[in-house]
Design a protein around this ligand. Sequence first.
Ligand SMILES: [Zn+2]
Ligand SMILES: [Zn+2]
Length: 239
Amino acid sequence: MKQDSSPASSPNSDALAEDLVYDRIVDALIDKNLRPGERLNEAKLANAFNTPRSRVRRALNRLMNERLVRFEMHRGAFVSLPSIKEAYDVFETRLHIEAAVARIACERINSDGIATLREHLQLEHEVYDDHRPSVNRISGDFHVLLAELTGNEELTAIVRPIIRRFCIIQSLYERSSGVLCLTHEHGTLVDLIEAGDAEAAATEMMEHCKHIFYSLDLSEKRRSEANIYGIGEDNLNKQ
Ligand SMILES: [Zn+2]
Ligand SMILES: [Zn+2]
């Protein structure tokens, strides 16, 4: 689970350090510190993360494979803007994977796990009440935490990037009328998981995912509003 303030780097593992660079860039996308179309200066990022440029480049390559970053010849890396089709694809995938997470969680999670989840709900409410920009990310972390608590690392490895991409889509396409407070729905989920009611938990999870997704304004109009740096239509359509 990632908190608001994770350490800048880990001296022990190169792989982890690269993961952290990747995580930080993704977090900046979710928190809207980096906006669609914004240029990603490799040297500046390396400086900011106190890490070699080669590591930043590898993180950017990963983000490019996930279509969150695009490269332009002689110009470098830019934040891209997930398309409406991509949003639907990510949503559909998330819906079914998360139902499975909820079912497995009901079989596996013990009272310590339930306590960990309830602690996270506390954090979510604080972040929401303070109107912190990290609200979507912290809400998303609930789902990654739930997957982690199943103890199934393969499942977690599938869930984590889906949640991240969904959070970015959520941040970009959410209505200007405001951010949802999802802590109560998360609370209901934790209650059902604690009760071990797998079918009810899976249904609640899917309803929760739909609630978030259908609250978004998935229109070309919203997409062009989010495109404050004016990514060309050619580039928009390519994604
Ligand atoms: Zn949620
Ligand atoms: Zn609330």
